[in-house]
Design a protein around this ligand. Structure first.
Ligand code: ATP
Ligand code: MG
Length: 231
């Protein structure tokens, strides 16, 4: 398995100890799209953050492409995040006084084997907007820049936490189509959190979380092109 998480447990102590993950597990093959669904507070972001090396589990094991992430020390995690993981969030977090191209270049400059900036801009359909500042772009376009910025380092794993959470339906569909294109064109393995059950149709694998566990994992033999999803 390209991504393998098992037995993940995590609690927060805020006066009372609250378990947030209770033995969560998932497996995702290389170059697949996996979608995580589940109610608010079920532990989706916590699980994704542990897989992405931005948070640590109390117990359990995460392996990505044969590397045991849960054994890494802090320096190892920094290196893993920088080299292997791309992140896309609900809010795009672009640097406002840099153009689209420059926002991507910042990440490209610190990557070992970056893709070409023009190639990733073309992949998300933004070649014409390279010299625009974020305020001169629509929300969907800003999210596409954020996707380009996340993939320019050619990450092993692209983690997306509610990437369409701030977008309307038509724009969401467009952003999801760009993610599907990235998956096909670069073979990037993608794990995406969404509240939207319909989005599961575009995934190869669907993980349903409840109360800190992955309750159901299903495979999708025929993922639907994002353009054809309706909700
Ligand atoms: N730093 C923290 N300290 C205490 N509790 C936390 C912390 N981070 C998360 N939690 C709690 O852990 C639980 C799971 O949070 P998480 O963010 O993983 O949920 P989620 O499934 O992503 O929810 P949402 O759909 O609302 O984003 C929540 O009940 C949350 O309040
Ligand atoms: Mg969340």
């Amino acid at each position: 398995m390209f991504v393998s998480a098992s037995g993940l447990a995590k609690s927060y102590d805020t006066g009372v100890v609250t378990p947030v993950l209770r033995g969560a597990a998932l497996e995702l093959d290389r170059s697949r799209i996996g979608v995580i669904l589940g109610p608010s507070g079920s532990g989706k972001s916590t699980l994704m953050n542990i897989i992405g090396g931005v948070d640590r589990a109390d117990e359990g094991v995460v392996e990505v492409d044969g590397e045991r992430i849960t054994d890494l020390d802090d320096d190892g995690l920094v290196e893993y995040r920088r080299e292997s993981v791309g992140f896309v969030f609900q809010f795009y977090n672009l640097v406002p006084n840099l153009t689209a191209g420059e926002n991507i270049e910042v990440v490209s400059n610190i990557s070992k084997q970056p893709l070409a900036i023009d190639e990733v801009l073309a992949a998300v359909g933004l070649t014409e907007k390279k010299n625009r500042f974020p305020r001169e772009l629509s929300g969907g376009e800003q999210q596409r820049v954020a996707i380009a910025r996340a993939i320019v380092k050619n990450p092993k794993l692209l983690l997306c936490d509610e990437p369409t959470g701030a977008l309307d339906i038509a724009t969401s569909r467009d952003v999801l189509a760009q993610l599907q294109r990235v998956n096909t064109q670069f073979g990037t393995t993608i794990l995406m959190i969404t509240h939207n059950v319909a989005v599961a149709e575009m995934a190869h694998a669907v993980f349903r979380m409840r109360d800190g566990e992955v309750e159901h994992a299903t495979q999708n033999a025929e993922p639907v092109p994002a353009e054809r999803i309706s909700w």
